[in-house]
Design a protein around this ligand. Structure first.
Ligand code: ADP
Length: 475
């Protein structure tokens, strides 16, 4: 049978506390016993000294005993005395002893006669006691052996033992109850997590674990598990969207290609016509390739697999992006100017950042008027708060028709185009801004269309950034 974790925890607590408690009580008992016996010995020595003095206090009269017997009282009953000769025979003794021979053994009597005054445990008339032997000084030497019964002390110790045993049992019972209660309350969050995890395992991917609201081990574990679930959810969603988007968006060009091919094959055509159709088919396939690539990029960004981040010179990445659209801009006499200082850096991944700038610049050129202008600028903005890193703020401005206020956020949605026919003509996939936003957010940044711009459009990208310490190596 396997015990529950709660039961095992309680048992271990009980065992540990039981051992500590037993040791503590044994120490209390032993300490008290030693203390009481030491006290008894002190009494015994005092009594024995008095007894010795009184045994020889009448010169010429020899030795004698001072025995009082008060009928009906126990007052002196605890004391017993023997006067023993050097040869070990009893000269006189307390009446209560009757005719018992010398209680102290010979060796101890010898020690007493040598002036050592030994004390020892004795058993007299079936009762335990302590006894001391003192030597009389005089022509004839005797041993005055004085004893005290330890009944009272032993009975006190017995009471103490019972008391300790009672406290021991009650403490252990209380520990068992407290241990079980504590184990239950400690394990309550774990039980809740298990129940919720079971629901999630059954397919409720939206469910999350209740945060205990504390920054302890359980709180951190819950937060981590929730983060893991968020990422799993993100990955599942991204894949689901990818499948839906891909099948939806690829169906259009595929149908067009098939239609074109079917019409062309209906009758014999000349070489020029075949070439024209093949060129069109090739163009559509290229578009499909772009779309698939964009969708894959979007999925990866949505899965939030954080790429390795480095200090990236914005001027360098922007220059590459500008070069990639330079041909397109020249065709329509659009001028592109960049005012990015080489020292301005962002903490990001250069390759992914390039995709963001490519998209923004291509849009700025594509949705511009002929002979228009594109202006790129950047600055470093310090953030309030000691721990927030500074923000690199990049603006991409154009002189195109602008984006209506109501569409400022919606252009970042997947496949959102303001003017479908115009955008189709420009060959965009409608995913550029969605990808840009996913990537920028991946680096903890933000991208938006600035509000209140009168002519043209200004895209603002904010990224955690700073100034490169070594400008020449950054450029
Ligand atoms: P597309 O592939 O169509 O360019 P995007 O996601 O890059 O897709 O852009 C979404 C839509 O936002 C575009 O179709 C266009 O209508 C609009 N848009 C983007 N950039 C600009 C801009 N600089 N000026 C005006 N409209 C823009």
């Amino acid at each position: 049978m396997t015990l529950s974790f709660r039961a095992r925890l309680t048992l271990r607590l009980l065992l540990a506390f039981g051992v500590v408690l037993t040791l503590a009580m044994a120490a209390v008992y032993a300490g008290t016993r030693a203390f009481l016996y030491r006290d008894l010995d002190a009494q015994l020595r005092t009594l024995a000294a008095t007894e010795l003095a009184s045994a020889v206090d009448e010169p010429g009269d020899g030795v004698h005993l001072h025995e009082f017997s008060i009928p009906g009282t126990q007052e002196f009953a605890d004391k017993f005395v023997q006067l023993v000769r050097e040869d070990g025979t009893v000269l006189m003794q307390s009446p209560l002893l009757g005719t018992v021979p010398a209680i102290l053994p010979r060796a101890v009597l010898a020690q007493a006669l040598a002036g050592v005054s030994p004390t020892m445990d004795v058993s007299v008339l079936g009762r335990r006691g302590r006894m001391i032997g003192l030597m009389t000084a005089g022509p004839e030497r005797y041993v005055v052996a004085v004893g005290l019964f330890a009944d009272q002390l032993e009975s006190t110790l017995r009471t103490l033992a019972w008391l300790l045993a009672g406290v021991w049992a009650a403490s252990l019972a209380a520990t068992a109850v407290a241990g079980f209660t504590i184990a239950s309350s400690v394990l309550a969050p774990v039980r809740r997590i298990t129940e919720r995890a079971a629901a999630i395992a059954d397919g409720q991917f939206d469910a999350r674990l209740d945060a205990p609201g504390s920054e302890d081990e359980i709180g951190r574990m819950t937060a981590l598990l929730n983060r893991m679930l968020d990422r799993l959810r993100g990955a599942i969603d991204a894949n689901r969207r990818f499948a839906a988007d891909a099948s939806h968006e690829l169906r259009g060009p595929l149908t067009a290609i098939l239609g074109e091919v079917d019409v062309t094959l209906k009758r014999e055509r000349d070489g020029t016509e075949y070439r024209r159709v093949l060129a069109e088919v090739g163009q559509r396939i290229r578009q499909m390739g772009d779309l698939t690539e964009d969708l894959m990029l979007l999925v990866r960004a949505q899965e939030r697999r954080t790429p390795p981040m480095a200090e990236v010179s914005l001027a360098v990445v922007m220059r590459e992006s500008i070069e990639s659209v330079a041909g397109l801009a020249a065709e329509r006499s659009i001028t592109i100017s960049s005012e990015l200082t080489p020292s301005l850096v962002a903490y990001a991944d250069a390759g992914l950042l390039r995709r963001v700038f490519d998209n923004l610049l291509r849009n700025a050129v594509q949705y511009n008027r002929d002979g228009g202008a594109v202006r790129v600028s950047g600055r470093l903005e310090s953030q309030p708060g000691e721990w927030a890193s500074d923000a690199a703020v990049i603006h991409v401005e154009d002189t195109g028709p602008g984006i209506p206020e109501a569409e400022r956020e919606r252009v970042f949605e997947r496949f959102r185009r303001l003017d479908a026919s115009r955008s189709r003509r420009t060959g965009g996939t409608g995913l550029g801004l969605a990808i840009a936003r996913e990537i920028v957010e991946l680096f903890g940044g933000r991208v938006q269309v600035l509000p209140g711009v009168q002519t043209g459009t200004v895209f603002e990208v904010r990224l955690p950034g700073g100034r490169a310490a070594d400008v020449t190596s950054a450029v």
